[in-house]
Design a protein around this ligand. Structure first.
Ligand code: SAM
Length: 278
């Protein structure tokens, strides 16, 4: 038995035959100290519902519950994990709801049901960036979540928190920095996972900004996509397809600059110049 009175995760994995599948991005965390550290990074959980994507055999789920989460809703695509998760649910009556399904097809705001939620997940790497972009671009702001505590490959984490004039700075940095305060909380070495991935991972903590600079999220997305689609080119070239000359004139931004030199306020100004069109 372990601290929470449930069997060790290695036993759970063996008993339920949960050999990791690469196609589902399965790299499990079996160390309850580490999953506890992720849960604590999310802050006080006693008054919120936690939404977790990909509970797998339940390591992080157990840590969230042990750290006092009022309620956890966990979405898992791998049906093999459901019996193991049902045991965790039985151990914490009324506090864990497991949803069998695909996170990419889930309406998270509806799942939250108007309650305050925090998102905490050791994300499958193949869909991590896509999920984050969806959460950052929800139409309703402030969003349905009060924080996100998420594991990514370190390289992705660096893109999320990057500042202008760095190689990692791009579309993801702008969306994240525009709407949230994002920081890397800590790194996790490959050998902490079973099986170990090839690269180091990082836990990123994001808190929504109350008043991000006003901009249309879709237009901002289009402008950053165009600018960074040709990141080595000057803006007057990379923005050509979206009336770059007019936008640069309207904002007073020098067309010989490159995308990575613009800060978030300048991208917002470009997006607003597109929106003002007529
Ligand atoms: N939370 C566990 C842990 O920390 O040990 C497992 C994390 S593992 C990196 C990612 C989990 O996401 C796996 O359990 C995998 O089956 C699940 N998963 C993969 N794709 C998914 C999807 N589209 N929707 C929901 N869960 C998914």
């Amino acid at each position: 038995m372990t601290l929470d009175g449930l069997p060790p995760l290695r036993d759970v994995i063996e008993r339920h035959e949960l050999q990791a599948k690469k196609s589902l991005g399965q790299n499990f965390l079996l160390d309850l100290n580490l999953t506890g550290k992720i849960a604590r990074t999310a802050g006080d959980l006693s008054t919120t519902t936690v939404i977790e994507v990909g509970p797998g055999p339940g390591g992080l789920t157990r840590a969230l519950l042990m750290n006092g989460a009022k309620r956890v809703i966990a979405i898992e695509r791998d049906e093999r994990c459901l019996a193991a998760l049902a045991e965790v649910s039985a151990h914490y009556p009324g506090r864990l709801e497991v949803v069998s399904g695909d996170a990419l097809k889930t309406d998270f705001a509806a799942l939250a049901g108007g309650e305050p939620v925090k998102i905490v997940a050791n994300l499958p790497y193949n869909i991590g960036t896509e999920l984050l972009i969806r959460w950052l671009t929800v139409p309703q702001w402030p969003p349905f979540y009060s924080s996100m505590t998420l594991m990514f490959q370190r390289e992705v984490a660096q893109r999320i928190v990057a500042a202008p004039d760095s190689d990692a700075y791009g579309r993801l940095s702008i969306l994240a920095g525009w709407r949230t305060q994002a920081r890397i909380a800590f790194d996790v070495p490959p050998q902490a996972f079973t099986p170990p991935p090839k690269v180091t991972s990082s836990v990123v903590h994001l808190i929504p900004r109350e008043n991000p600079l006003p901009a249309d999220v879709r237009v901002l997305g289009r402008v950053t996509e165009a600018a960074f689609g040709q990141r080595r080119k000057m803006l007057r070239q990379s923005l050509k397809g979206i009336e770059g000359a007019r936008l640069l004139e309207a904002t007073g931004i020098d067309g010989t600059r490159r995308a990575e030199t613009l800060d978030i306020a300048e991208f917002v100004a470009l997006a607003n110049a597109v929106s003002r069109k007529g």
